[in-house]
Structures are given as C-alpha cells and as structure tokens.
Design a protein around this ligand. Sequence first.
Ligand SMILES: [Zn+2]
Length: 333
Amino acid sequence: MRQSNKGPISLLKEDNSYLHIYFLSSYKYFFMEANNSRRNFISKAAVIAGGQVLLAKPLLSMTPFVSGFNESFTVGQVMDKFISEVPSGILKETVDTLKSGHKEMEVKGIVTSAFATVEVIKKTIEIGANFIIAHEPTFYNHLDDTAWLKNDSVFEYKNDLLQKNNIAVWRNHDYIHRLSPDPVTSSFLEKLNWKQYTTKAIPSLATLPSMHLEQVIAYLKEKIGIQQVRYIGDLQQDCSKLLFMLGAVGSKAHFTGLRQIKPDVLICGEISEWETAEYIRDARSKGDKVSLIVLGHIASEETGSEFMATWLKSKFPSINTTFISSGPSLSFL
Ligand SMILES: [Zn+2]
C-alpha cells in the first residue's frame, strides 16, 4: 500500500494490478482498478457513497483524477484551476477576461475553440454546453473593447445570442501561452511529428534534415489539413532551420526572431503584408537565404484549443468538454 498527500491509496493486488482509492469526502470515495503496466490501463471505476455505488463505468484509458464524476463546478473554478498551473500566476494586465457570463455560473458543458464565432456559439447551445473557452477575441479587437461597437448590428446579434442563452465566454490567451513549453506551439509541432527536432532552449525552432521549401509546404498542408499557404522564397531552396511564430505575434517579434536565429524559413500564422512580407523581400534581395510561409492564424493555433479540451477532460472528467473547430475564416479561389 502507498499513499501520498494528494493522491489515492493504492493497493497492490495478487494479480499484480492496482486498486486506487480516491477519497472525495470521509464517506464518499472513488476507486479505479488498474493493471501494472506503465500506461496504467484502467479496467473498472466507480464512485461510492455510504457503501452504495453512485456511478460505475469502464474506462478505456487513464484519466488523471482531480474531480469526481458527479461533481459540478463553476466557470470561476475552471478558470482558477487553469491559472493556478501557470508559472506566472494571476496576471494584473491581461486580455484573458470573461467576455460574457460570470464566474459563479455552474458549468453545464465546455466548448473549446480558436474563436467563439456565431457558428461555434450556436453549436455550443445545440449540445447543451454553456461555457466557451476561446483563444482569440470575441468582439473583433484584442481588448474586446465594445464601446466603439455600440449600435453595431453584427456586435448586437452576437452579444444577444450569448446573453439570451446564458453562455459564458472566457478568452484563454495570455495564460495558455505562459505555460512552459507553450502548448500552442508544442501541440502544433507534435501534430507535425517534428517535436523531436526542437530543443528545450528554443522550442519554436525545428532543425530538420534538409528539405526543399516545396517539400516543407506540401508537408505542412498535409499535416495541418489546409488547402493553400502563402509564401515568399525559392521552392527549390534547401531548408533545415524552421522558426515557428504561430498566431499573430507581430512584425517586431518576427524581425527579432529572424535576426537572432537566422532561420531558413519563418513560418507564421498571420502577418502584416506591408511589414514582414516586405522585410523578407528586401532581405532576399540583399542576398539572405530566408523564406516565409504564412499558414493562416487559425490553422497555426487551433491545436492549442485541442490541447485545452484534453487538459479539461483530464482535470474535470465530470464536465462534458468538446473541441469545436472554428475553421478558417478566409477561402481561396
Ligand atoms: Zn495565440
């Protein structure tokens, strides 16, 4: 038997499997049977109160246990739990505020998405959820300032939809990017199977066996599932050092990355055409062998919202959590 302060009491059974018992309160407990493999496959789980089984279900894989299956949580508790895991702690100045709803609302289900678009809000209502965790603004500017949108019909339509259906929206942008490593970038690189080419020191730089720029583009399109990218460069150029600056980090950050790391390719979510694109063009005219690939903002950061859904499922197994892709906003002809 072993017991840690926070963890379960674990009994090693005769057949070499474990019985983990988690106490929810003095009379209510939760048990899981798990075999002795490294993956700790769970064969049975149940919540028991006063000797009665409240909920029992077989699980397919290990769910790190934080909350009970029958517990309910408020919007504020979910937000606080995430923030408690961020090394910087609570930020005094942040865009990560509630754009709709309030912290005391009981969570009926969570949707994670890059953007809380009107379509995402409608799907949230459809599946009976009431809390959207979005990575980006709801009302078309970084601070979600709505003063300038007064009497705007698009703003009013979206805001009414949220208010009438009691939907809370929290932007999780500054906090998620402050986890180390940043899960938005690391989940993207995992999707590419390129995390092995990064280092702890610069997790956004992948140093690969040399590929032509054309091959890099084809690989990205296939792995991320996008139709087109925009690029500057020679398609036959050999590329090895790939610097990923996903989302819209801004031109100054792009230039700093280019100066310090001197990548063969800068891979961005979104750029200002009149700044970063012109800089790359002039750098190439000067003789630098540097290329640019622009993926699109959502395509470059959406894996962060998938990470968020996985995180919520592991910490709050009693809450129904769904990742909904907000899809690209722009089409190409
Ligand atoms: Zn971001």
